[in-house]
Design a protein around this ligand. Structure first.
Ligand code: TRP
Length: 356
């Protein structure tokens, strides 16, 4: 089962529909990489339980919605693997072993966990499973032995931890010399490649509040399913603090981050930047309308593809895609687990798993 193409693994926690921040941060990259790489896209539905254990119905719904969004964006289940985390038992098993390779305090220092604890107001009453998800994420990734992990900037800390776990496993159980370069890890006998994070072209898209990162929980998101009217209205809310049209504008403000993210014509972007920074009689309102139109142009084909899954029977089509993904991805995951257990001298009883 040697892969012909280098592998990619990435994923999303199902928290609701996807927004533009997901698109520019990661999803756009995934769609583009499908030909060159053997791609697996994971729905981290177990992670959703770390903060919403009492909402299984919502999590199931979000799971289906996210797959609709992926397919709408152009992720092609014929070429790529759709991986439902909760149905890949190898992930859970590896998480347990990986938890022993990383100090507890190292996990608790993970800056992404800290940011999440603050942003979600988890205080000191989060579940035991909450910090554990960071170890689980190492297993999500390594079970597919990928070279590349396309993610938003906020996930880089998790990928760093994953790299540490992979190095440690290779050293402890595969006798890889600690001095070995990351790129040589596998040729030196390691089971796991040391995966590299690939951040999308816009690392952090501000939300329509113009301040915080775009996020569902902050209510500042433009969704991939928003109509042109909704997009226009939300764009109108972006606050720049600029008073008049002849006031020189700051082209590093949130509005211009949208200009650069969504207006495709480079020369038009330059023109707008020049006029705005000079205070050349160009109003924020005008620019917002232009950006809104560009966004809706980007979203039109996505929404057209999504329509197929929105009617009656749409959810069933998605469940079929998820099932097929479970069948396709488990053999790879099981192979990794078997190799890991061999390395750990735990190869007592080889097994295969099957689905009805
Ligand atoms: N933690 C990621 C997020 O919230 C989702 C995720 C889970 C993930 N497992 C992953 C991302 C593995 C990349 C690779 O967006």
């Amino acid at each position: 089962m040697t892969p012909q193409k280098p592998r990619i693994l990435t994923g999303d926690t199902p928290t609701g529909r996807l927004h533009l921040g997901h698109w520019v941060g990661s999803v756009e990259n995934r769609v583009a990489l499908q030909d060159e790489y053997d791609c697996s896209f994971l729905i981290a539905n177990m992670h959703a339980f770390t903060t919403r254990a009492d909402k299984p119905g919502e999590i199931r719904e979000s799971t289906i919605e996210i797959v609709k969004d992926w397919l709408a964006c152009g992720i092609d289940p014929e070429r790529s693997n759709i991986v439902l985390q909760s149905e890949i038992p190898a992930i859970v098993e590896l998480s347990w072993y990986f938890a022993m390779l990383i100090p507890f305090n190292r996990v608790m220092r993970n800056p992404t966990l800290k940011t999440e604890i603050d942003a979600k107001g988890l205080g000191d009453h989060y579940s035991f499973g909450f910090p554990l998800y960071a170890v689980g994420q190492c297993a999500d990734i390594l079970v597919f032995r990928p070279e590349l992990v396309p993610v938003g900037e906020d996930q880089v800390a998790h990928i760093e931890m994953t790299r540490e776990v992979a190095r440690k496993f290779n050293q402890v159980y595969c006798n890889v010399d600690p001095q070995t370069e990351d790129a040589d890890s596998v040729s030196a006998g390691g089971l796991f490649p040391i995966p590299v994070a690939k951040v999308g072209r816009i690392a952090r898209l501000p939300g329509t509040d113009g301040v915080h990162k775009m996020s569902k929980s902050l209510g500042n998101a433009i969704y991939l399913t928003d109509t042109p009217k909704q997009v226009k209205k939300k764009m109108g809310q972006i606050f720049t603090g600029r008073q008049t049209m002849d006031e020189p504008g700051d082209i590093t403000n949130s509005l211009f981050q949208y200009v650069r993210a969504f207006i495709k014509d480079e020369s038009r972007v330059k023109e707008l930047e020049q006029a705005y920074s000079k205070g050349d009689n160009i109003g924020d309102g005008h620019i917002k309308v232009e950006v809104a139109a560009a966004i809706s142009e980007l979203l039109a084909p996505i929404q057209e593809r999504r329509a197929r899954f929105e009617g009656k029977g749409g959810d069933d089509l998605i469940v079929d895609v998820i099932r097929e993904g479970i069948r396709k991805s488990n053999p790879v995951a099981e192979e990794t687990l078997e190799l890991a257990k061999q390395a750990m001298k735990l190869d007592f009883a080889p097994r295969t798993i099957s689905f009805s």
